[in-house]
Design a protein around this ligand. Structure first.
Ligand code: NAD
Length: 490
C-alpha cells in the first residue's frame, strides 16, 4: 500500500512545494510512499519559524531538567512504537528486520542518553588568578541543519536530533530523498513529546536543492552532515563562506587485520559481519581484510565457507542476514566496481553477480563478493564501494602492513584480530582511523565518541561531549574588587 507523506514545516504538516515523487521498497520495487519534494522556499519558511520558536520562553526558557524530560518522552515514544518504526525503516531501505529493530532501539537509547546529558550538564567555574570569578558557560548555537544519508536513517537522525535538542537548538532536517520516513516519524514523536512547534522541521527532497539551501541559509548556524565525502567537501566550502561550524561524518574504506596469532573462528566471523552485515552499505564496513600469509589459505577457506552459508533474502524474514541493496541504481554502481576489480586483475572468489530466480529478480539483490589478487593500490581497494564487496590482501611484514592500511584517503575505522593485546595496542595506535576495534567489529555505544579522520571527516557524534558540538562557549569574568581599576587612577 502506498502511503502519502507530508513534510513538517515550521510546526505545520503539509505538502512541500516541489514536485511529487515516490519511494520504493528495495525488496520488490513496489511503491511505498508518495510525497512532495521540498524547495528552497520551504527551507526558508522552516528556518524562519525555527529561529522564532527557539527564542520563545517555551523552548529558550526551559531548564535543563525540563528539556531532559522532553527527550526522555521522545525515547519513550520511540519504544512504544518500536515495532512499527522498524517495519517502516525496512520498507524505506530494505534492511533486514532484525537490524531495523536494533537501530530503533539504539535511537531510543540516544534520546535517553542525551536527555541524561542535558539534565546533568555542568558549566564550569574556572580557577581564578585574581580578584574575580571566572566561568565558562555553553549556549545553544541557534538553528542547525541536519543532513543524513539513506543507510541507517533512524539511528543517524537520532544522533543529530537528540544532542541538538538537548543543547537547546532548533533543527531543520533534510533526510535522504529516498528514505524520508524515519525523520518524519521522529518529528511526530517529538511533537507528541512536547517539543514546541517550529523547533523541529523535516524537509525531504533533493540534496542539491534542499540540502544546498539549508547550508547557505544565513540563519543556519551549524550543519551536522553524514554522507559521502564529495558532498561533504562541497558543504565545507560553502560553510567557510559564513564561518559556520560543521560536523562531517563521511565515507570509509576500513582495513581489518588478521594477525598470525588470531583466533580464526572469531576472525572469520568478525570479518564476515564487518563487511556483509547491512549488505556492506555501511560507512564502517571492513572492506579490506589484511590476513597474515601464515594463515591466509586457511582463513580464505573458512571465510568462503561462511559466505556460502549467509542467508541473502527477504528483509521481512527473521532469518535474513543480507537484504537487497537500497535500489537498482546503487546495485549498478556496485556492479561497475566489481567489473573494475576484474579489469584491474582481481579474481572473484565468490559472488560477483546477482542472485537469480523468484523474488530476487524483482529486487535490487547482489551476492556477497570476495576478491583476491588485487594490490592495495587498486581502485577497488582505494575507493568506497558501499556494498557487499571484500578484498582479501595477504601481508607479511608489520611495517608494510601498517603503511598499506594507512595508504588510503579515508580514516574511519579499523579492526585487529589477535590474542596478544600488545599487538593490538601497538598497531591500533599506528592506524590512522577514528575507531579501532580489537577482537570485535561494528560495536557501538552511545556513550563513546564517534568521528573520522582524514577524508572520513571530523566532529564528534555520540559521547556526552557530543552536546558541545551544538553550543557556543561563552566566558564570564565577574570582578570582585572593592576598588576602581587602578590603571585609570594612576
Ligand atoms: P550522499 O552524500 O549522496 O547524501 C547524503 C545526504 O546529503 C543526503 O540527504 C543527500 O540528499 C544530501 N546531499 C546531496 N547533495 C547535497 C548538496 N549539494 N548539499 C547538501 N546536501 C546534499 O550520501 P549517501 O549516498 O546518501 O550515503 C552514503 C554515504 O554516506 C557513504 O559515503 C557513507 O560512507 C556515508 N556515511 C557515513 C557515515 C559516518 O558516520 N561516517 C555513516 C553513514 C553513511
Amino acid at each position: 500500500m502506498t502511503e502519502s507523506l507530508q513534510s513538517y514545516i515550521g510546526g505545520r504538516w503539509r505538502d512541500a512545494s516541489g514536485p511529487e515523487y515516490t519511494t520504493e521498497y528495495p525488496h520488490d520495487g513496489s511503491t511505498v510512499a508518495r510525497l512532495h519534494a521540498a524547495t528552497a522556499a520551504d527551507v526558508d519558511e522552516a528556518v524562519l519559524a525555527a529561529e522564532q520558536a527557539r527564542r520563545q520562553p517555551a523552548w529558550a526558557g526551559l531548564r535543563h531538567h525540563e528539556r531532559a524530560g522532553i527527550l526522555y518522552r521522545v525515547a519513550q515514544g520511540i519504544r512504544e512504537r518500536a515495532e512499527a518504526l522498524a517495519q517502516l525503516q525496512r520498507l524505506d531501505n530494505g534492511k533486514p528486520i532484525k537490524e531495523c529493530r536494533a537501530l530503533v532501539t539504539s535511537a531510543a537509547g540516544t534520546f535517553q542518553f542525551f536527555g541524561a546529558a542535558a539534565e546533568t550538564w555542568e558549566d564550569t567555574v574556572t580557577p581564578s588568578r585574581g580578584d574575580y570569578l571566572s566561568l565558562s558557560v555553553h549556549e545553544p548555537l541557534g538553528v542547525v541543519g541536519a543532513i543524513t544519508p539513506w543507510n541507517s536513517p533512524i539511528a543517524s537522525e537520532a544522533q543529530k536530533l537528540a544532542p541538538a535538542l538537548a543543547a537547546g537548538c532548533a533543527v531543520v532536517f533534510k533526510p535522504a530523498e529516498i528514505t524520508p520516513r524515519m525523520a518524519i516519524e521522529l518529528a511526530k514523536i517529538c511533537q507528541q513529546a512536547g517539543v514546541p512547534d517550529g523547533i523541529v522541521s523535516v524537509l525531504p527532497g533533493k540534496g542539491s536543492v534542499v540540502g544546498d539551501a539549508l547550508v547557505k541559509h544565513p540563519l543556519i548556524k551549524r550543519i551536522a552532515f553524514t554522507g559521502g565525502t564529495t558532498v561533504g567537501l562541497g558543504i565545507q566550502r560553502l560553510a567557510a563562506e559564513k564561518l559556520m561550524p560543521t560536523s562531517l561524518e563521511l565515507g570509509g574504506k576500513s582495513p581489518t587485520i588478521v594477525m598470525p596469532d588470531a583466533d580464526l573462528d572469531h576472525a572469520v566471523a568478525g570479518v564476515l559481519y564487518g563487511i556483509f552485515s547491512s549488505s556492506g552499505e555501511s560507512c564502517i564496513a571492513g572492506s579490506r581484510a589484511f590476513v597474515h600469509v601464515s594463515l591466509y589459505d586457511e582463513f580464505k577457506r573458512r571465510l568462503l565457507d561462511g559466505v556460502k552459508r549467509l542467508r541473502v533474502g527477504d528483509p521481512a524474514s527473521e532469518d535474513t542476514q543480507m537484504g537487497p541493496l537500497v535500489n537498482l541504481g546503487h546495485r549498478a554502481s556496485i556492479e561497475r566496481y566489481v567489473q573494475l576489480g576484474r579489469d584491474e586483475g582481481g579474481t572473484v572468489l565468490c559472488g560477483g553477480e546477482r542472485p537469480r530466480g523468484g523474488f530476487y529478480d524483482a529486487g535490487s539483490y547482489y551476492l556477497p563478493t570476495v576478491f583476491e589478487g588485487l594490490p592495495n593500490s587498486a581502485r577497488m581497494c582505494q575507493e568506497e564501494i558501499f556494498g557487499p564487496v571484500l578484498a582479501l590482501l595477504p601481508w607479511q611484514d608489520e611495517a608494510d602492513l601498517i603503511a598499506q592500511c594507512n595508504d588510503n584517503m579515508f580514516g574511519l575505522a579499523s579492526g585487529i584480530w589477535t590474542r596478544d593485546f600488545k599487538n593490538a595496542w601497538r598497531i591500533g595506535r599506528a592506524l590512522q582511523t577514528g575507531t579501532v576495534w580489537v577482537n570485535t567489529y561494528k560495536l557501538f555505544s552511545i556513550s563513546t565518541p564517534f568521528s573520522g579522520v582524514k577524508m572520513s571527516g571530523y566532529g564528534q557524534e555520540k559521547g556526552r561531549l557530543g552536546i558541545l558540538e551544538y553550543t557556543s562557549q561563552k566566558s564570564f569574568y565577574i570582578g570582585l574588587n572593592e576598588q576602581p581599576m587602578p590603571w585609570a587612577l594612576s
